[in-house]
Design a protein around this ligand. Structure first.
Ligand SMILES: *Cc1c(COP(=O)(O)O)cnc(C)c1O
Length: 215
Protein backbone atom coordinates (compact mmCIF):
# COMPACT_ATOMS: atom_id res chain seq x y z
CA UNK A 1 0.00 0.00 0.00
CA UNK A 2 1.14 3.54 -0.69
CA UNK A 3 1.18 6.64 1.49
CA UNK A 4 -0.21 10.07 0.78
CA UNK A 5 2.43 12.65 -0.08
CA UNK A 6 0.78 15.56 1.68
CA UNK A 7 2.80 18.42 0.22
CA UNK A 8 2.37 17.12 -3.31
CA UNK A 9 -1.34 16.46 -2.80
CA UNK A 10 -1.94 20.01 -1.57
CA UNK A 11 0.04 21.41 -4.47
CA UNK A 12 -1.89 19.34 -7.02
CA UNK A 13 -5.26 20.30 -5.59
CA UNK A 14 -4.43 23.85 -6.68
CA UNK A 15 -2.48 22.94 -9.80
CA UNK A 16 -5.33 21.02 -11.45
CA UNK A 17 -7.80 23.91 -11.11
CA UNK A 18 -10.30 24.64 -12.51
CA UNK A 19 -10.65 20.85 -12.64
CA UNK A 20 -11.65 18.97 -9.50
CA UNK A 21 -9.29 16.38 -8.11
CA UNK A 22 -10.65 12.85 -7.79
CA UNK A 23 -8.14 10.76 -5.83
CA UNK A 24 -7.83 7.21 -7.15
CA UNK A 25 -7.86 5.25 -3.89
CA UNK A 26 -6.97 1.81 -5.23
CA UNK A 27 -3.38 2.17 -4.02
CA UNK A 28 -4.22 3.18 -0.44
CA UNK A 29 -6.15 2.01 2.62
CA UNK A 30 -8.86 3.91 4.49
CA UNK A 31 -6.39 5.55 6.93
CA UNK A 32 -4.74 7.25 4.01
CA UNK A 33 -8.14 8.36 2.68
CA UNK A 34 -8.48 10.34 5.91
CA UNK A 35 -5.11 11.90 5.21
CA UNK A 36 -6.35 12.93 1.77
CA UNK A 37 -9.25 14.69 3.45
CA UNK A 38 -6.83 16.54 5.75
CA UNK A 39 -5.12 17.79 2.61
CA UNK A 40 -8.44 19.06 1.27
CA UNK A 41 -9.23 16.27 -1.22
CA UNK A 42 -12.96 15.56 -0.91
CA UNK A 43 -13.67 13.21 -3.83
CA UNK A 44 -12.42 9.62 -3.73
CA UNK A 45 -12.63 7.35 -6.76
CA UNK A 46 -12.49 3.60 -6.24
CA UNK A 47 -12.11 0.86 -8.84
CA UNK A 48 -13.13 -2.36 -7.20
CA UNK A 49 -16.48 -2.91 -5.50
CA UNK A 50 -15.05 -5.11 -2.76
CA UNK A 51 -12.33 -2.61 -1.85
CA UNK A 52 -14.78 0.26 -2.09
CA UNK A 53 -17.19 -1.33 0.41
CA UNK A 54 -14.43 -1.82 2.96
CA UNK A 55 -13.10 1.71 2.64
CA UNK A 56 -16.58 3.21 2.59
CA UNK A 57 -17.46 1.43 5.80
CA UNK A 58 -14.26 2.41 7.58
CA UNK A 59 -14.18 6.01 6.43
CA UNK A 60 -16.15 8.49 8.52
CA UNK A 61 -15.20 11.82 6.98
CA UNK A 62 -17.08 14.32 4.89
CA UNK A 63 -15.72 13.38 1.47
CA UNK A 64 -17.78 11.69 -1.24
CA UNK A 65 -17.12 8.55 -3.26
CA UNK A 66 -17.19 8.11 -6.99
CA UNK A 67 -16.92 4.78 -8.75
CA UNK A 68 -14.33 4.97 -11.54
CA UNK A 69 -13.44 1.36 -12.41
CA UNK A 70 -14.94 -1.36 -14.56
CA UNK A 71 -18.29 -2.15 -13.00
CA UNK A 72 -19.91 -5.55 -13.29
CA UNK A 73 -23.68 -5.46 -13.67
CA UNK A 74 -24.28 -7.82 -10.76
CA UNK A 75 -22.39 -5.51 -8.38
CA UNK A 76 -24.31 -2.31 -9.01
CA UNK A 77 -26.66 -3.11 -6.14
CA UNK A 78 -23.84 -2.92 -3.60
CA UNK A 79 -22.76 0.60 -4.46
CA UNK A 80 -25.91 2.33 -5.72
CA UNK A 81 -26.80 4.10 -2.46
CA UNK A 82 -23.18 4.83 -1.49
CA UNK A 83 -21.53 6.59 -4.40
CA UNK A 84 -22.29 10.07 -5.66
CA UNK A 85 -21.31 9.41 -9.26
CA UNK A 86 -20.43 6.48 -11.53
CA UNK A 87 -17.80 7.52 -14.10
CA UNK A 88 -17.50 4.23 -15.92
CA UNK A 89 -20.89 3.60 -17.54
CA UNK A 90 -19.68 1.69 -20.56
CA UNK A 91 -22.52 -0.50 -21.91
CA UNK A 92 -26.31 -0.77 -22.17
CA UNK A 93 -26.65 -3.57 -19.63
CA UNK A 94 -25.01 -1.39 -17.04
CA UNK A 95 -27.39 1.46 -17.88
CA UNK A 96 -30.37 -0.88 -17.40
CA UNK A 97 -29.08 -2.20 -14.10
CA UNK A 98 -28.22 1.22 -12.64
CA UNK A 99 -31.70 2.43 -13.62
CA UNK A 100 -33.26 -0.59 -11.94
CA UNK A 101 -31.27 -0.32 -8.71
CA UNK A 102 -31.59 3.47 -8.49
CA UNK A 103 -35.37 3.13 -8.92
CA UNK A 104 -35.44 0.61 -6.08
CA UNK A 105 -33.73 3.10 -3.81
CA UNK A 106 -35.79 5.99 -5.14
CA UNK A 107 -32.68 7.96 -6.07
CA UNK A 108 -31.28 9.56 -9.20
CA UNK A 109 -27.68 8.55 -9.96
CA UNK A 110 -25.27 10.95 -11.63
CA UNK A 111 -23.41 9.08 -14.35
CA UNK A 112 -20.72 9.72 -16.91
CA UNK A 113 -20.72 7.84 -20.18
CA UNK A 114 -17.36 6.25 -20.84
CA UNK A 115 -16.25 6.86 -24.39
CA UNK A 116 -13.61 4.77 -26.12
CA UNK A 117 -12.41 7.78 -28.03
CA UNK A 118 -9.30 6.13 -29.51
CA UNK A 119 -11.26 2.97 -30.45
CA UNK A 120 -8.88 0.68 -28.60
CA UNK A 121 -9.71 -3.02 -28.53
CA UNK A 122 -8.57 -3.24 -24.94
CA UNK A 123 -10.72 -0.43 -23.61
CA UNK A 124 -14.28 -0.33 -22.39
CA UNK A 125 -16.72 2.33 -23.42
CA UNK A 126 -19.10 3.42 -26.12
CA UNK A 127 -17.88 4.53 -29.50
CA UNK A 128 -18.20 8.19 -30.34
CA UNK A 129 -20.61 7.38 -33.18
CA UNK A 130 -22.90 5.55 -30.78
CA UNK A 131 -23.31 8.41 -28.36
CA UNK A 132 -26.54 9.95 -29.71
CA UNK A 133 -28.16 6.54 -29.57
CA UNK A 134 -27.03 6.15 -25.96
CA UNK A 135 -28.35 9.58 -25.01
CA UNK A 136 -31.69 8.76 -26.64
CA UNK A 137 -31.76 5.49 -24.73
CA UNK A 138 -31.48 7.46 -21.49
CA UNK A 139 -34.65 9.43 -22.19
CA UNK A 140 -36.87 6.89 -20.47
CA UNK A 141 -34.40 6.21 -17.66
CA UNK A 142 -35.60 8.72 -15.06
CA UNK A 143 -33.24 7.45 -12.35
CA UNK A 144 -30.14 8.24 -14.37
CA UNK A 145 -28.76 11.75 -14.68
CA UNK A 146 -26.06 11.91 -17.38
CA UNK A 147 -23.56 14.58 -16.40
CA UNK A 148 -20.91 14.17 -19.10
CA UNK A 149 -18.16 11.93 -20.44
CA UNK A 150 -15.29 9.90 -19.07
CA UNK A 151 -12.31 8.68 -21.07
CA UNK A 152 -8.89 7.14 -20.69
CA UNK A 153 -6.22 8.23 -23.10
CA UNK A 154 -4.18 5.57 -24.89
CA UNK A 155 -0.85 4.68 -23.41
CA UNK A 156 1.26 6.57 -25.92
CA UNK A 157 3.70 9.45 -26.05
CA UNK A 158 2.05 11.99 -23.76
CA UNK A 159 1.84 14.89 -26.20
CA UNK A 160 0.06 12.53 -28.64
CA UNK A 161 -2.81 12.18 -26.16
CA UNK A 162 -3.93 15.78 -26.74
CA UNK A 163 -5.97 14.90 -29.84
CA UNK A 164 -8.06 12.44 -27.81
CA UNK A 165 -8.80 14.95 -25.04
CA UNK A 166 -9.76 17.49 -27.71
CA UNK A 167 -12.02 14.96 -29.46
CA UNK A 168 -13.76 14.13 -26.18
CA UNK A 169 -14.32 17.81 -25.42
CA UNK A 170 -15.74 18.32 -28.95
CA UNK A 171 -18.05 15.36 -28.48
CA UNK A 172 -19.33 16.79 -25.19
CA UNK A 173 -19.97 20.15 -26.87
CA UNK A 174 -22.03 18.43 -29.58
CA UNK A 175 -24.01 16.48 -27.00
CA UNK A 176 -24.68 19.68 -25.03
CA UNK A 177 -26.16 21.21 -28.19
CA UNK A 178 -28.25 18.15 -29.04
CA UNK A 179 -29.46 17.47 -25.50
CA UNK A 180 -29.89 20.85 -23.81
CA UNK A 181 -32.20 19.46 -21.15
CA UNK A 182 -29.36 17.64 -19.42
CA UNK A 183 -26.60 19.27 -17.37
CA UNK A 184 -23.77 17.81 -19.43
CA UNK A 185 -20.94 19.74 -17.83
CA UNK A 186 -18.39 17.14 -16.73
CA UNK A 187 -15.35 15.72 -18.50
CA UNK A 188 -13.54 13.10 -16.44
CA UNK A 189 -10.17 12.87 -18.12
CA UNK A 190 -6.53 12.99 -17.15
CA UNK A 191 -4.44 10.72 -14.93
CA UNK A 192 -0.99 11.06 -13.41
CA UNK A 193 1.02 11.10 -16.61
CA UNK A 194 -1.29 13.18 -18.78
CA UNK A 195 -3.41 15.41 -16.54
CA UNK A 196 -1.78 18.77 -17.45
CA UNK A 197 -2.77 18.21 -21.09
CA UNK A 198 -6.24 17.00 -20.09
CA UNK A 199 -6.83 20.12 -17.97
CA UNK A 200 -5.57 22.36 -20.76
CA UNK A 201 -8.09 20.68 -23.08
CA UNK A 202 -11.06 21.16 -20.78
CA UNK A 203 -11.08 18.36 -18.21
CA UNK A 204 -13.31 19.13 -15.23
CA UNK A 205 -12.26 16.10 -13.17
CA UNK A 206 -8.80 14.57 -13.12
CA UNK A 207 -8.44 11.12 -11.58
CA UNK A 208 -5.05 11.02 -9.89
CA UNK A 209 -3.38 8.07 -8.21
CA UNK A 210 0.41 7.83 -8.34
CA UNK A 211 0.83 11.60 -8.41
CA UNK A 212 -0.50 11.81 -4.84
CA UNK A 213 1.31 8.88 -3.27
CA UNK A 214 4.73 7.59 -2.29
CA UNK A 215 5.75 3.94 -2.19
C1 LIG B 1 -5.96 3.94 -11.16
C2 LIG B 1 -6.84 4.79 -11.98
C3 LIG B 1 -6.56 6.15 -12.16
C4 LIG B 1 -5.32 6.82 -11.61
O1 LIG B 1 -4.18 6.33 -12.23
P1 LIG B 1 -2.72 6.99 -12.00
O2 LIG B 1 -2.02 6.73 -13.26
O3 LIG B 1 -2.13 6.31 -10.83
O4 LIG B 1 -2.95 8.45 -11.77
C5 LIG B 1 -7.45 6.89 -12.91
N1 LIG B 1 -8.56 6.35 -13.47
C6 LIG B 1 -8.86 5.05 -13.32
C7 LIG B 1 -10.09 4.51 -13.94
C8 LIG B 1 -8.01 4.23 -12.57
O5 LIG B 1 -8.28 2.94 -12.44
Amino acid sequence: MMRVNEAETKRLLEAVKPAKLVAATKYIDEKEVEKLEECGVMIYGENKVQDFLKKYEDYHGKGVWHFIGTLQTNKVKYIIDKVQMIHSVANYRLIDEIEKQAAKHDLVMDILLQVNIAKEESKHGFNEEEMNEVMDYLKDKPHLNPRGLMMMAPNIEVEETRQYFKATKDLLTKLQESYPNYQLTELSMGMTHDFPIAVAEGSTMVRLGHALFDE
